[in-house]
Design a protein around this ligand. Structure first.
Ligand code: GSH
Length: 210
């Protein structure tokens, strides 16, 4: 039996909940209060972060790796492009999204000035490259990268009034359209938290750091 330590509001845990939904896999979800961490999670995981997967005795953390594991184990054929070169580029943009784009989003929520000319230029270059890879990938909607990007994109779009990141994405119509489709995937919609609550939570959390 799969147990997923998750937090309803967390976009990373949302990636795994959406994938399990898409795969039709039964699982037990253990809701973690991020302000008062479950002692069992702290015992099992070196990071204490969600998502954290327990598959029988097997433990794994980091959303992208958990999703790769579940994909290989449960046979999600169209997860990535069949072509090796394109597949590596899909994995690369997933990494760049997490390591370059998302940190800029979170920082800009706390401090809109963060997206100055230099940071904006760096993010634009990342997004231009992402758009190129997305365009080469065609319209495979159920593919794993869609779930990877879609959970954050739904939130970035909701919070566009508070962060300039969404308008940088708007500059790339192909990417924007692909992200919109990703965020509308049924498995992702079904596992999406409440919009107003999410906006309020992000505002509380990031206003504190501005
Ligand atoms: N790189 C991780 C990020 C996971 C993450 O940051 N989760 C947040 C909640 S959205 C968390 O558990 N934060 C608690 C902490 O940082 O201690 C992943 O992709 O799984």
């Amino acid at each position: 039996m799969i147990t997923l330590f998750s937090s309803t509001g967390c976009p990373y845990a949302h990636r795994t909940r959406a994938l399990l939904e898409h795969l039709g896999q039964d699982y037990v979800s253990r809701e973690v209060d991020l302000d008062n961490r479950d002692p069992e999670l702290l015992k099992l995981s070196p990071t204490g972060k969600v998502p954290f997967l327990l598959d029988g005795e097997y433990k794994l953390f980091e959303s992208a790796l958990i999703n790769d594991y579940l994909t290989e184990k449960h046979g999600f054929d169209a997860a990535y492009a069949g072509d090796l070169e394109l597949r590596m580029q899909q994995k690369l943009i997933m990494r760049q999204w997490d390591s370059a784009v998302l940190p800029a989003f979170y920082r800009s929520l706390g401090n809109p000035e963060y997206l100055d000319a230099e940071v904006t230029d760096a993010i634009r270059r990342e997004l231009t490259y992402m758009a190129e890879v997305v365009e080469r990938s065609g319209d495979e909607n159920a593919a794993l990268p869609s779930l990877h990007f879609g959970t954050h994109w739904a939130r970035i779009d909701w919070l566009r009034e508070f962060s300039g990141l969404a308008s940088l994405v708007d500059e790339q119509p192909i990417l924007r359209e692909w992200l919109d489709r990703a965020a509308r995937l049924p498995a992702l919609q079904k596992t999406l938290p409440d919009r107003e609550e999410t906006i309020a939570r992000y505002r509380r959390r990031f206003a504190a750091s501005s």
